[in-house]
Design a protein around this ligand. Structure first.
Ligand SMILES: *Cc1c(COP(=O)(O)O)cnc(C)c1O
Ligand SMILES: [Zn+2]
Length: 424
């Protein structure tokens, strides 16, 4: 295979073993069952190919503006959907309530409405490089939707395994994008294992999170964007919701790349927000448990995208928190649903439960004193509220913000509004 000029190989984070990129596709042979491989770059080569100045004058807003920092050939032809370039919104109204400087990175504005597009775009190029005819993934819904769309745009068939309980809008996306959809009567954990077996058996390219090492590389581009959007500066803290742990690991890698290049001298503290009912990593962090032996939990939360019995990217996720001096926090389903309403009412951002979990995580982190008054904080809203309408309706119902029903008459309207705007 043609070498990629910016990539030196892959390194196992657990045993330190080095691999050439054509030596392994997915996992370290000694550490099967978790994602432990990290792509190693030739930063000198990267520094010769791009710079903050060059980025500033590049009109391409997609993730491909960072091509020298991605494990792809300089001439690789990405699918035509625009992945990346999502807004970083100053959350002025929320800042006062929260007591911090606050920005929300709205990943609900990606082509398939979640951050997962960043990784799936890369999966398509890696699959093509490998000459794979079919790409597969197991997903709670968003990674699958992202892969299905990017495969559709590239003309490659996709096979997606999701738990049969996945929210309908996500399943509708999968089907609309023409994926072969397998509704697994079981958990995400089981769908994941089934997908692994199928890809091995049928020779399909596998995009699974926390298995395919390149997914971290796609997700890390969110950190480059945050740094650029803050004027080539990093914030003090980034809050990320955590299921498998791939996003937070990617966010870490992105900031580390910038540090290695000398484009920042520090890395933000990373705070992982987990649902209390799916808190494998938060528990392990608090109790200092060994990730190589801690058994799976039984995850149960309204935030389906961060429901994970055994976080597949647990090693990278734990490193992201410990190496940056960050923390994990747990948030209840009620706190998550509340945060959906807060993001909507104070910023106009519509978030699915897993996306709102990061704002809930910031509120919790402030309560625990993990984030100080006046610090500069970025909360990543990882997916759009349209992804899970049932949860959104539950959130507004529980906040008492339901609609008013009126008869189509002026008197009825005046009466209906009396309590709200017009006085008693
Ligand atoms: C996948 C996902 C997450 C969690 O990412 P992990 O890499 O599994 O930790 C959070 N929010 C949304 C919307 C997601 O789709
Ligand atoms: Zn290893």
């Amino acid at each position: 295979m043609r070498p990629i000029p910016s990539v030196l190989g892959l390194r196992c984070l657990l045993c330190g073993r080095h691999f050439e990129t054509d030596e392994v596709d997915y996992v370290c042979p000694d550490h099967y069952g978790a994602a432990t491989l990290s792509v190693v770059y030739d930063y000198q080569y990267v520094a010769g190919s791009t710079s903050p100045d060059r980025l500033a004058s590049d009109p391409d807003r997609s993730i491909w503006r960072y091509r020298p920092l991605l494990p792809v050939h300089p001439d690789a032809d990405p699918p035509p959907l625009q992945v990346g370039g999502t807004p970083l919104l100053p959350a002025k109204v929320l800042e006062e309530e929260m007591g911090v400087r606050l920005w929300v990175k709205d990943e609900g504005r990606q082509p398939t409405a979640s951050l997962k597009d960043r990784a799936s775009a890369l999966a398509v190029l890696k699959a093509r490089e490998r000459g794979a005819g079919i790409i597969t993934a197991a997903s709670t819904g968003n990674a699958g939707a992202a892969l299905a769309a990017l495969c559709a745009a590239a003309g490659i068939p996709s096979v997606i395994f999701v738990p049969a309980t996945a929210p309908q809008p996500k399943v509708a996306q999968l089907l609309s994008f023409g994926a072969t959809v397998l509704l697994v009567r079981g958990s995400y954990h089981q769908a994941f294992d089934l997908c692994l077996w199928a890809s091995g058996e049928f020779g399909w390219y596998n995009r699974n999170t926390g298995y395919n090492p390149y997914m971290t590389e796609g997700k890390k581009t969110v950190s480059y964007e945050i740094w650029e959007q803050l004027g080539y500066r990093v914030p003090d803290v980034v809050v990320v919701s955590v299921g498998d742990g791939c996003i937070i690991g990617g966010v870490h890698k992105g900031f580390e790349d910038l540090r290695q290049l000398g484009w920042t001298d520090r890395v933000p503290r990373l705070i992982g927000a987990q649902a209390a009912g799916s808190a494998y990593l938060a528990q392990a962090w608090r109790r200092r448990e060994d990730l190589t032996t801690k058994p799976p939990i039984r995850a149960e939360t309204v935030a389906d995208s961060i429901s994970a019995d055994l976080p597949r990217d647990r090693f990278k996720a734990m490193a992201a928190v410990t190496e940056t001096g960050g923390a994990f926090v747990e948030v209840s389903d009620a706190q998550i649903l509340n945060a959906i309403v807060t993001l909507g009412q104070r910023l106009g951002v519509f978030a699915e439960p897993a996306a709102a979990a990061s704002l809930a995580g910031l509120i919790e982190a402030r309560r625990q004193g993990l984030v100080e008054r006046g610090e500069r904080v970025v909360v990543i809203s990882t997916g759009n509220g349209l992804k899970d309408i049932d949860a959104a309706m539950r959130a507004v119902d529980e906040s008492g913000e339901g609609p008013l029903s009126v008869d189509p008459e002026i008197e009825a309207l005046a009466e209906g509004l009396a309590g709200r705007f017009l006085g008693p």
